[in-house]
Structure formats: C-alpha cells, structure tokens
Ligand binder design. Structure first.
Ligand code: SAH
Length: 225
C-alpha cells in the first residue's frame, strides 16, 4: 500500500473488497459533493445513489469503486466512459489515467445523453481541474475518432455488449458494463478482448438505469460472446 492509499475517504472502512491502492487514492482525491446539487451535498458521504436531475442518479460510490477496480486503468490509458451523468466517475477515471506530463483527463473520453447533465458535469470537472473530453450524444455508438480504447466503462444497462463499443475496444482491453433485459435482473460484466475474442467474467448483481439508444433495438448490433 502506498501512503496515499491510507488517506481517508468517507467509505474507506466499509470497502474491504476495494484493495487496489490506486483506486482508493482516487476516491480520497475526488470530493463527491462537488458533483451534487447544493441541496443534496449533505448526503454526499452516504454510500448510496442520489438524484442528479433528468430522472437520472449519481451511482452508489461502492459500485463506482467496484467497476473502476475491475477496469484496471493505468496512467496514459485511453478510457471511454458512457453515461457520464454527474461526472463523478469521470473524475475518478481522470485521476487513474493521469500521467505526470498531461492535464488530468487528457486521455479520458466521456459521453452523456442529457445536455443539461453534461453541462453540469463539465462545470464540476473544470472546477476541480479535470479536463476530460466530454460530449453530448449516444454513447452506444462510442467515440470512433478516438478509438481504440484500453478501457471502456458503461454506467447504464444494455441487453448485451453494444457492437460499436466492442469494435472500439483495443486488443487486450477491458470493458465493464451492466448487462440485463429487466430492471431487477442485471449483472455486472467484465469483458476482455483477447485475440479478437470476447471473454466475460461476471461480477454480481447490480441495478442501473437503461442505456437509451436505437442501436440496441437491433440484435445485429450486439457483439458476439
Ligand atoms: N456514473 C454516473 C451515472 C449516471 S446514471 C454518475 O455516477 O453520475 C447513467 C447515465 O447514463 C445517465 O446520466 C443517462 O442520461 C446516461 N445515458 C443513458 N443512455 C445513454 C446513452 N445512450 N449515451 C450516453 N449516456 C446515456
């Protein structure tokens, strides 16, 4: 463990599962309250999802930590995030992908469907000195101009791995996403690409809002397991 990893964050004692010192250090570095409406800031330290407007929620911190740990982001990795929402997860990714020379977030690409959420996320990120690439759009289409990505994280549930995201995952890359058809029957998947083939590790039950995209209505747009 590094010294940094011992820095406290609100949930430090509640998370024995989160053993990666870099992930723990990232949670110590990013204040969650900065991503909440001021009226909800007093709940920021609860390990629970909270409303962020537009019918969406900021994810439970533990779920963000679990997904981030599975993603194994290294400094300099190109990372794609779908469903940036509040921007909290984006900030964690900026911490982990940062290198000594680049602005924090230079290799992080985040997509959010709701313009109002993207705008608030961009402001919160900038206020903390993070500079990821953030755009409004359909994340299921990925960000082809910036592909391939070493890591892809999706914060909304889809019936399967969207093919565009699979195509934009680098060889040896990792993708973490909730998969499921029903709201109460979702599983977190860690997907790896090895010699072009999909390897899936199931990480347990979760509950996410749906990934909304016409791409997913067509099963031909689901990548093959
Ligand atoms: N990690 C975020 C999670 C927000 S909830 C946080 O903790 O704040 C999931 C987000 O996915 C919502 O903001 C929703 O608007 C967004 N979303 C849903 N479908 C999307 C799509 N096709 N492309 C991009 N974002 C999408």
């Amino acid at each position: 463990m590094t010294g940094q990893a011992n820095k406290p964050f609100p949930w430090a004692d509640q998370w024995p599962e989160i053993v990666d010192p870099r992930v723990r250090a990232a949670f110590a570095a990013v204040p969650r309250r900065a991503f909440l409406d001021p009226n909800l800031a007093r709940f920021a330290d609860q390990d629970a999802p909270l409303p962020i407007g537009e019918g969406q929620t900021i994810s439970q911190p533990f779920v963000v930590a679990l997904m981030t740990q599975a993603l194994q982001v290294q400094p300099g990795d190109k990372v794609l995030e779908i469903g940036a929402g509040s921007g909290f997860q984006t900030a964690i990714l900026c911490e982990l992908a940062a290198t000594a020379d680049d602005a924090r977030g230079a290799t992080v690409y985040a997509i959010e469907r709701h313009p109002a959420l993207a705008e608030r996320a961009a402001a919160a990120l900038a206020s903390l000195g993070y500079a990821p690439h953030l755009r409004v759009g359909d994340g299921a289409l990925g960000w082809p101009e910036a592909a391939p990505f070493a890591a892809i994280i999706v914060a909304a549930v889809a019936p399967h791995v969207p093919r565009p995201l699979w195509d934009q995952l680098a060889e040896g890359g990792r993708m973490v996403l909730p998969v499921g058809v029903q709201e109460d029957d979702q599983e977190l998947w860690l997907v790896r690409k090895f010699e072009g083939k999909m390897q899936v590790e199931r990480l347990g039950g979760v509950r996410f809002v749906p990934l909304i995209s016409p791409v997913l209505d067509d099963p031909k747009q689901w990548a093959e397991e």
